[in-house]
Design a protein around this ligand. Structure first.
Ligand SMILES: [Zn+2]
Length: 151
């Protein structure tokens, strides 16, 4: 069952998204604590296996730690991060991303927009905003909030 999350924006418009859209689409255990395999499953060390997925001609190679007893696959942090990037690109292509529309503000010198309050709970004042320009007209960006050291 999809878990629905919702929040209200300043304009009282209700926005919803399914939690499933945010998390991975495959059945993996991503172990955030463990930084590297091999992991232990069913009393044995898991074996490294190469995997390949493709989407719209983009081919992506990664590796998983495979348990020969229960067939469970484990991703280490590095491979998990790589795969999350692939899913991000896939969601972008499929137009499945959560989309939030904000009004542009201008204070006479600077353009800015406000984040919905519900999305700012994990943000801190000194966080770094990493902005990647995605197209030459300066109207498409990928924005990533990076925690400042010490947060
Ligand atoms: Zn197992």
């Amino acid at each position: 069952m999809k878990q629905k999350l919702e929040w209200k924006t300043e304009g009282e418009n209700r926005e919803e998204y399914a939690r499933e859209d945010l998390v991975g689409e495959a059945d993996f255990e991503i172990d955030k604590e463990a930084f590297a395999g091999p992991f232990t499953c069913h009393g044995k060390k898991t074996k490294l296996a190469n995997k390949r997925i493709s989407f719209k001609g983009i081919e992506f190679h990664y590796s998983v730690w495979h348990c020969t007893s229960c067939k469970k696959e484990y991703l280490d942090t590095k491979q998990g991060t790589l795969l999350e990037k692939f899913w991000l690109i896939k969601r972008l292509f499929e137009d499945k991303c959560i989309s939030i529309e904000r009004n542009m503000n201008y204070d006479g010198r600077t353009y800015f927009f406000r984040f919905p309050k519900e999305l700012t709970k994990t943000l801190h004042k000194n966080d770094i905003v990493d902005i990647k320009l995605l197209n030459p007209d300066g109207k498409l960006f990928l924005v990533e909030i990076k925690s400042a050291k010490g947060n």
